[in-house]
Design a protein around this ligand. Structure first.
Ligand SMILES: Cc1cc2nc3c(=O)[nH]c(=O)nc-3n(C[C@H](O)[C@H](O)[C@H](O)COP(=O)(O)O)c2cc1C
Ligand code: SF4
Length: 450
């Protein structure tokens, strides 16, 4: 169900020149939420603000980085008994293929992010926040640095932020183009100046993160939504969207649609509405075939209406009209992830699409864990063999078996990020993979080039 009169929060002012200046943001009521929050006292025993954490819990805000973990709950896991410094790491690595939402917030609404960071810092008793920003984001980085300078000049950051007596520093930190540095512990390793290797959890960053101190890691959009939570009040905010899936979502629509782009709306929306209403329908008026609902690592949905045999032997059909929220997609054996909706039409060869995707994950594996390092390499080699017309019928079982052995056996979830799409592509479009193995070419007539 489309919410027609919804007024964007995160994309407010997006693509308008000069919108990123502090004066523009303040004209719209910006920094009032931070001012209100900074007047709240900290608990002397824990140096945090429990009522503020409760308010965020009440809003139902779930992390926009991919896992959809409840933000207030994450903040309550911080080791507040520790005498060590606490940190906030802002995840602006944004490297998941299909995902391009955080960059627009940082470019056009950087002060909304800074205000959100201030709110999170105060809630969790943090003095130093780091924004880890993807190395390729040059303009975004310039806007971020400019906004931080403006906020310091206005007295909103630094010692005695907004005259509150509390200290809040924000430091930008540029990545160097590695996908794995988006994974929270890889990000922290890289922030410390080491190779961006993920670490075994537990301990989770909230207990032992940056420089072995308690650290909150949150996505850009998670934090940017906080001013609206405070301004509207948790109760009202929680009513945007379906129950347990509150707040607006920015869907990154790409692939074979007429109008790709970013669309912000409550999560009542269905996949069909995103494609047809926002995206203007399928490119060249062809039929939809497959859609990845949440970034390339999430299991694909088969939307051509044809059934497939699931691993439990049941014949299933995916629903093109599925509601695009965390829980509904999880129940359909896929995930909302980063809300990057990648649309493939009927002229897409699923073998070549999977080959493209697996090459990326193999390249980005950091190599620490054998199942991920070797498994992603094996998957790439097997799919390459099929793609080049040399596949054998038993390759499909080998593909599923290798993918199955990668899941849940590694330090981080990158291994699952390649295993999940491989499983879904092969199971849901098995006839295409079989045809390719038997005939050495695609079953799709006139397929679009890789
Ligand atoms: C391989 C991998 C890559 C990830 N990349 C990103 C990313 O680019 N941006 C992001 O916010 N989260 C990314 N995540 C999720 C983060 O580890 C972490 O859960 C997130 O930043 C937490 O923020 P949130 O609670 O606000 O969602 C990635 C996770 C994995 C396993
Ligand atoms: S799962 Fe892959 S990316 Fe993650 S730590 Fe292991 S080797 Fe590195």
């Amino acid at each position: 169900m489309l919410v027609k009169d919804f007024k964007p929060i995160l994309l407010d002012g997006a693509y308008k020149k000069g919108e990123w200046a502090i004066e523009q943001y303040e004209k719209k009521g910006g920094y009032q939420a931070a001012r209100k929050v900074l007047s709240m006292p900290r608990d002397p025993a824990t140096n945090n603000v429990p009522p503020l954490i409760e308010e965020v819990k009440k809003s139902g805000l779930r992390g926009r980085g991919g896992a959809g973990f409840p933000t207030g709950m994450k903040w309550s896991f911080v080791d507040y008994k520790s005498k060590k410094s606490r940190y906030l790491a802002v995840n602006c690595d944004e490297s998941e293929p299909g995902t391009c939402k955080d960059r627009v917030v940082v470019t056009y609404n950087p002060h909304m992010l800074l205000e959100g960071i201030m709110i999170a810092c105060h809630a969790c008793g943090v003095e130093n926040a780091y924004v880890y920003i993807r190395g390729e984001y040059v303009v975004e980085f310039e806007h971020l640095v400019g906004a931080i300078a403006e906020a310091y000049k206005a007295g909103y950051l630094g010692k005695n932020a907004m005259g509150s007596g509390f200290t809040i520093h924000i430091t930008p930190h540029r990545g160097a183009g590695a996908y794995i540095c988006g994974e929270e512990t890889g990000l922290l390793s890289s922030l410390e100046g080491d190779r961006g290797y993920p670490k075994v959890k537990p301990p989770f960053p909230a207990v032992e993160g940056a420089w072995r101190c308690p650290t909150v890691v949150n996505n850009v959009q998670t934090l940017s939504l906080l001013p609206s939570v405070i301004t509207m009040g948790a109760e009202a905010w929680s009513k945007i969207g379906p129950e347990r899936n509150s707040g607006p979502m920015v869907y990154c629509l790409s692939g074979h649609v007429k109008k790709p782009g970013l669309y912000e709306t409550p999560m009542h929306v269905t996949l069909k509405e995103i494609v047809e209403e926002f995206g203007g329908g399928i490119l060249d008026d062809l039929k939809p075939k497959a859609i990845i609902p949440g970034g390339s690592s999430m299991p694909v949905l088969r939307v051509d209406g044809k059934p497939y045999r699931a691993s439990n032997g049941k014949d299933l059909t995916d629903d093109f009209n599925i509601r695009m929220d965390y829980d509904t997609l999880k129940n359909a054996n896929t995930l909302l992830g980063s809300a990057a909706v990648i649309v493939m039409h009927e002229r897409t060869c699923m073998v070549s699409a999977l080959y493209n995707l697996v090459r990326f994950y193999h390249h980005e594996s950091c190599g620490q864990c054998t199942p991920c390092r070797e498994g992603s390499g094996w998957l790439e080699k097997l799919i390459a063999r099929i793609y080049r017309g040399k596949g054998k019928p038993e390759d499909l079982q080998t593909l599923l078996s290798v993918a199955g052995q990668m899941s849940g056996t590694t330090i981080c979830l990158l291994a699952d990020s390649v295993a999940m799409p491989v499983g879904a592509f092969v199971i849901k479009f098995r006839e295409e993979f079989e045809y390719y193995c038997q005939h050495g070419k695609s079953m799709v007539e006139n397929p679009i080039p890789l």
